[in-house]
Design a protein around this ligand. Structure first.
Ligand code: CAA
Length: 420
């Protein structure tokens, strides 16, 4: 598909991602329990929107369109119709076109793509947001809600924790196919927490993880599935977090960038996009993310780059094994070699291709609808030197993202070029 109008990310903001394990998250053992409440979906969305407006200095009245990614507002917050919630998050948005996009954990990625399409179709400024609240229920009830991203009728019964079980199944297949050890996979978790410990907005900013804890089951890191066959293949440390949070960013055209008084060096360009969707009703090779690979290949082809050009990546590590398969789908490692790449430090902040520098879904957290917006914003922040203690210290020309909904079903990939 050809297009002539270029799209830039001008800036944006994240709220802190919080939930169990975050020092500010209020639950029964927190001193503020019963006194204060955790931020709700409306306040998180407004905080991210206000942050993006302040970061870019855009006149809210000059925003042409608004999009929001969210998966489970109806179930966790009794709130649907979130396009109208976005329109209500600033007085200047009243009457503007605003809509919510849903594609499970790729909802944010779909909102981003809708924003790119709008710029290509003639808009000059589009606000792209994502929000999720998931802590209003226990992790067990939340797992039932999240199971709606799988084929519920067919897959819900695999375990009460449906998604952890689906990825335990992949972990088992991957380890058996490639001779990868539990400790090898543990290094993904250690990297995620190490990066998150340097990120003040990360859900796991205050929790440490060592290979002694992540490398095998122990009291601090139990296997928790009831499914006996799959139980040994996933531990707490292998899981993304049940987080609340929001992200927002501003997409602009060349004219939109000029209207902000910015030059190309202040921005990054969305140079390539990919969007692939597989059937909900059937599953493929459990050792590979084939839908992700198609989306990434589209992004590479439309940006005219290859894996060899990638300097930094944000991938959907919903579970530790997923990050390894993502590295392989991105072409950064051959099948089965993602673990060795991680163990050797190539994906660490100071490695050859830093991956998930702010902690990823395991460390930064996974407020589902926000994740696909967070990823390109993180690439922007890295490329513009805004990542503080987790800043990558090398020139970055190209970044790639992969945001996945369900078990490799809906995938959005973005190839992002630094113009600095
Ligand atoms: N020993 C044994 N078992 C233990 C334990 C211990 N010390 N601690 C906890 N458990 C078990 C128990 O069975 C417990 O359940 P109950 O309390 O109901 O009995 C269960 O683990 C959960 O414990 P907690 O509620 O205390 O744990 P938590 O709130 O810290 O949650 C987690 C931990 C279950 C791993 C949770 O973080 C989780 O579910 N993470 C994954 C989230 C997820 O699946 N997100 C979606 C990713 S998939 C994707 O991205 C694509 C898409 O489209 C959905």
């Amino acid at each position: 598909m050809s297009h002539t109008r270029r799209t830039f990310i001008a800036g944006g903001a994240h709220t802190p991602f919080i939930g169990k394990g975050h020092p500010d998250f209020i639950w029964k053992r927190h001193p503020d329990f019963g006194v204060k409440e955790n931020p709700d979906i409306e306040s998180l969305l407004k905080a991210a929107v206000d942050g993006a407006l302040a970061d870019t200095g855009v006149d809210p009245a000059a925003i042409d369109r608004l999009y929001l990614g969210n998966f489970l507002g109806e179930l966790f917050s009794n709130q649907g119709h979130l396009g109208a919630a976005l329109a209500g998050s600033h007085p200047a948005f009243a009457g503007k076109p605003a809509a919510r996009l849903e594609g499970a954990c790729a909802s944010g990625g779909l909102a981003f793509l809708a924003g790119v399409d709008a710029i290509r179709a003639g808009a000059d400024a589009v606000l792209v947001t994502g929000v999720e609240v998931q802590t209003t229920q226990s992790a067990r009830v939340g797992a039932d809600y999240l199971a709606r991203a799988a084929h519920y009728r067919r897959q819900r019964s695999i375990d009460e924790f449906t998604f952890p079980a689906l990825f335990a199944q992949r972990t088992k297949a991957y380890r058996e196919a490639f001779g990868v050890s539990e400790e090898d996979i543990g290094h993904v978790s250690v990297k995620a927490y190490t990066n998150a410990n340097k990120n003040p907005l990360a859900h796991m900013k205050a929790r440490q993880m060592s290979i002694d804890v992540a490398g095998s089951e122990n009291d601090r890191n139990p296997c928790f599935l009831a499914n006996e066959e799959l139980k040994p293949f996933i531990k707490m440390s292998d899981c993304s977090q049940v987080s609340d949070g929001a992200s927002a960013l501003l997409l602009v055209s060349e004219a939109g960038l000029a209207a902000l008084g910015r030059v190309e060096a202040d921005a990054v360009e969305v140079a390539g996009t990919g969007h692939a969707v597989a059937s909900l009703y059937t599953d493929g090779d459990p050792t590979r993310l084939t839908t992700t690979q198609s989306a990434v290949e589209q992004a590479y082809a439309s940006a005219a780059i290859t894996a060899a050009d990638v300097d930094v990546a944000e991938v959907h590590d919903c579970f530790t094994v997923t990050e390894l398969m993502m590295l392989e789908a991105l072409g950064l490692a051959k099948p089965g070699e993602g673990a060795a790449l991680t163990r050797d430090g190539a994906t660490a902040i100071d490695g050859a291709v830093p991956v998930n520098t702010g902690g990823g879904l395991v460390g930064f957290g996974h407020p589902v609808g926000a994740t696909g917006v967070k990823q390109p914003l993180e690439i922007f922040r890295q490329m513009k030197g805004r990542c503080g203690d987790y800043q990558v210290n090398k020139a970055m020309n190209w970044g790639i993202t992969a945001n996945m909904g369900g078990d490799d079903k809906t995938v959005v990939s973005l190839a992002i070029r630094n113009l600095g």
